[in-house]
Unconditional design. Structure first.
Lengths: 344, 156
């Protein structure tokens, strides 16, 4: 196999553990992303040859895994000098969901939309007997139509565009049974997808307050004790806890089964949520009123919260509830009940 | 040679489909029996999702023919729920018509042409289903979806 001459490799747009990601163009596909795998300094020639053959074989499979929610692989090319392999893929101008995760909690309607896309892409991979093994926000890319696509599916363990250290994300997305010594499977992909959805709902600041999943998932009961932002409805919690259940038989058995469960997930009212180290703030517009909720830390396990609404047009501000000097559990319980009052 | 066919019934916000191997007059060999439910919220997005769900199923399972139970005229006023159900039926037909030969069968036409009894009588007859369908378990609520397959098979 030789490098196709019309592929123009452009500037670097990201780093990976095994190589770099560059923008590029080719005459047929226009803008593309090109991931370049090179021989590692510590790798023997024999190891590199073996890895290269593996990459080429897997590339052939990936190019057949065509689905609207799976990043399209156009070609896997070996350089003329055989010291690099170029993976040529669709370029996704929307970047990856890691950026959205870092920006904070995502509205539930957006999360469900992307979860739908990713779950359908995952079901397509599973139908082709492929396991993704590395589902996380950084491996979900937004194409030019705003649709989410799964990228980096099982080929390598680093990410395509932003170059975050993959091992951290990967370790935090390992299902209970992997910590017990089992291998990856359709059900470990479903666990990782549940974790990804949880992260999108809560954002990086909230997630950073959790004990690192890689250190606690193996102890068991992780999903049972997972803290949710109070505006997340019960059905969402049930679905995510099912996806991340320790017992693989209690988990959704297929991606399509998880997708079917999303039909229980209400997405209105559309709460916009902002989590900072000191407080959590929500706003939403519901029935011609704008609602505000603020939950503040006032000390060690001491919290205040207040809620009110204002008319979108003319009218009066109305109190919707408040408490001061309550502990975390009380505040969380009060707020969960409060949000449920105007849930769909 | 047996082909995979899909029988589809849309009712309210649910899409029930039965996937079966059809081989001449032999009993249907059921491969799948599922119900999809429309997601709450934005209806356009929900239609898009459910149409992709069922279209993916048809692609992944190499379904060769789709038969959808047709909308029926209501004796009562057309409620919004009824219109929305018909809307969903159209969405499903459009999604599947793009990837596999898709036809509609009305309950009335099946009653006229399938046999001596009306469709509802066949649907309620447990012995009939034991004889006509093998393979994975057919839920009682999915019998109408299997019935449209039997009717389409008879028309061959």
């Amino acid at each position: 196999m030789t490098l196709v001459s019309n592929l123009q490799v452009g500037p670097k747009i990201g780093n990976g553990h095994f190589g770099e990601v560059h923008s590029g163009t080719d005459d047929v596909h226009g803008p593309v992303a090109v991931k370049i795998f090179t021989k590692l300094p510590t790798e023997t020639d024999a190891d590199w040859q073996a890895r290269k053959q593996g990459l080429l074989a897997e590339g052939k499979r990936l190019s057949r895994a065509e689905h609207a929610n799976v990043l399209k692989v156009h070609a896997l090319l070996e350089s003329p000098t055989s010291d690099a392999v170029h993976l040529v893929m669709d370029y996704c101008p929307g970047g990856c969901l890691q950026k959205r995760f870092e920006a904070g909690p995502m509205p539930l309607a957006d999360v469900r939309k992307y979860a739908n896309h990713v779950t359908m892409g995952l079901a397509a991979l599973h139908a082709r007997n492929m396991i993704h093994r590395d589902i996380k926000p950084a491996n979900i890319l937004l194409n030019k139509h705003g649709a989410a696509q799964l990228g980096d599916f099982g080929l390598v363990t680093d990410n395509i565009i932003v170059g975050y250290a993959s091992m951290q994300g990967y370790s935090d997305h390992l299902a209970f049974e992997i910590h017990q010594g089992s291998g990856t499977s359709v059900k470990t992909d479903i666990w990782a997808l549940g974790m990804t959805i949880y992260r999108m709902i809560h954002g990086a600041e909230w997630y950073s307050r959790l004990p690192s999943p890689r250190h606690v998932v193996g102890k068991g009961g992780f999903a049972t004790h997972l803290p949710f932002l109070p505006h997340v409805p019960k059905a969402w919690r049930t679905v995510l806890r099912t996806m991340m259940h320790d017992d693989t038989t209690a988990r959704y058995q297929t991606a399509n089964e998880a997708l079917a469960a999303y039909s229980k997930l209400y997405t209105t009212p559309r709460w916009e949520c902002d989590v900072t180290p000191h407080d959590v703030r929500w706003t939403c517009v519901h029935k011609k009123r704008k609602y505000f909720v603020v939950w503040e830390a006032a000390g060690s396990n001491v919290y205040n919260w207040s809620a009110w609404s204002e008319p979108v047009g003319k009218g009066n501000k109305r109190g919707w509830g408040s408490a001061t000097g309550v502990n975390y559990d009380t505040a969380e319980r009060n707020l969960t009940q409060l949000f449920a009052k105007i849930a769909s | 040679m047996a082909d995979r066919w899909l029988g589809v019934v849309v009712s309210g916000e649910k899409v029930t489909f039965v996937d079966a191997e059809v081989d001449g007059d032999k009993p249907l060999i059921l491969q799948g029996d599922q119900t999809l439910t429309l997601q709450p919220g934005n209806r356009a997005e929900a239609y898009s999702t459910i149409s992709h769900q069922i279209a993916n199923y048809v692609r992944e399972h190499s379904i060769k023919r789709v038969v959808v139970k047709e909308s029926a005229v209501s004796r009562n006023a057309a409620t919004k729920a009824l219109l929305q159900s018909a809307e969903l039926r159209g969405v499903i037909m459009g999604a599947l018509g793009a990837i596999a030969p898709t036809e509609v069968k009305s309950k009335a036409s099946i009653s006229r042409t399938f046999g001596e009894r009306k469709v509802d009588e066949y649907v309620a007859d447990n012995e009939f289903w034991k004889k006509e369908v093998k393979g994975v378990n057919l839920r009682a609520g999915s019998r109408e979806a299997a019935m449209v397959l039997l009717a389409a098979r008879k028309d061959q």
